[in-house]
Design a protein around this ligand. Structure first.
Ligand code: GLU
Length: 314
């Protein structure tokens, strides 16, 4: 029996969708629909600082306008705090968590940058504080919560995986990342933990997203193993870059869905251009999302994704 493919959209409602987000969402949706699978929508609204209340509604509306539908959700991470707290308790029972009192400035001073995503390698400053030190420091500052990773020489701490687009990867957690946060000092649950729990409990077995998150995979697999979850398939699709090689960003206002929808050209022009960029449509073809389903293939996308996907503002 074939296992049903379950994919997801997992946007953070920090602003309007942008052509780059649309591209990743389109790939996730096509991978599911072409396999006759099921799509879950989850709004990643855990961080009150990154979250704009009106943005989630606009995201949902933009996905509908694009013709990218889903079968389950929206789930809201902000309503699932108890689920995350239960997992934190389980990790704590395994003796894997400890409070960390380091300030941002201390972290930067003591650490080297993470190889792939620019975050730091934690130096282990708070790893072995005595109970008395923990009590004394807690009186001055609320701690964050960190998860221990295995020592550099322990095979359990080297995570290997094969990405559908990017191929084989390996990361030694101790060397390239260090003990990492599962809860921030302001109580906000860390993305790495929430995403792993939600993907597992929502039955997601195929994670398709932008390759800015490739550097998170090893941490996520480590958490899956500790919590007893299945490992999903990963496909990290390229980020869109401008013709000069610069990564497209929110500064490219004309690629913002607010601007694109105001032009009233329908979603077909944008979807056609995005599909062309990865070999799924001919130059100038206008496409609806559902028309791309039967053309989708990871082989085609992979060949075009070996280099950056150039996308010009227009
Ligand atoms: N919420 C994350 C974002 O919008 C994506 C998380 C994921 O796909 O794992 O960047």
């Amino acid at each position: 029996m074939n296992i049903e493919v379950v994919g997801r959209f997992a946007p953070t409602p920090s602003g309007r969708m942008h052509a780059g987000n649309v591209f990743a969402a389109l790939m996730a949706w096509l991978a599911v629909r072409s396999a006759g699978g099921r799509m879950v929508l989850r709004i990643e609204d855990l961080d009150p600082r990154a979250h704009r209340p009106e943005a989630a509604q606009l995201l949902i509306d933009d996905l509908r306008w694009l013709g990218l539908d889903w079968d389950e959700g929206p789930h809201w991470q902000s309503k699932r705090i108890e689920v995350y707290a239960e997992a934190i308790a389980r990790l704590d029972e395994q003796g894997l968590l400890y409070p960390c009192f380091c300030t941002r400035a201390e972290l930067h001073a003591a650490s080297a940058p993470h190889a792939s995503d620019g975050t730091y390698v934690y130096a282990g400053t708070c790893r072995n504080l005595s109970p008395a030190e923990v009590i004394a420091r807690s009186a001055r500052r609320a701690p964050a919560t960190r998860l221990r990773v295995p020592d550099a020489t322990d095979p359990a701490g080297t995570i290997e995986f094969c990405d559908l687009v990017c191929g084989k990867h390996a990361e030694n957690l101790a060397r390239e990342c260090g003990d990492f946060l599962v809860r921030r000092s302001d109580g906000v649950i860390a993305y790495q933990l929430a995403v792993v729990i939600d993907d597992a409990l929502m039955g997601v077995n195929q994670v398709v997203r932008g390759n800015d998150l490739l550097g998170s995979v090893a941490r996520q697999i480590y958490l899956q193993r500790l919590l007893g979850y299945e490992q999903p398939t990963y496909a990290h699709v390229p980020l869109l870059v401008a013709p000069d090689g610069r990564r497209l960003s929110k500064r490219d206002r004309d690629l913002d869905l607010g601007e694109i929808r105001a032009r009233d050209t329908g979603p077909e022009q944008l979807l056609g251009r995005l599909a062309t960029a990865v070999g799924l449509a001919e130059e100038g073809e206008r496409m609806r999302a559902d028309q791309l389903v039967e053309r989708f293939s990871w082989d085609v996308v992979r060949t075009h994704a070996e280099r950056n996907v150039v996308f010009a503002s227009r």
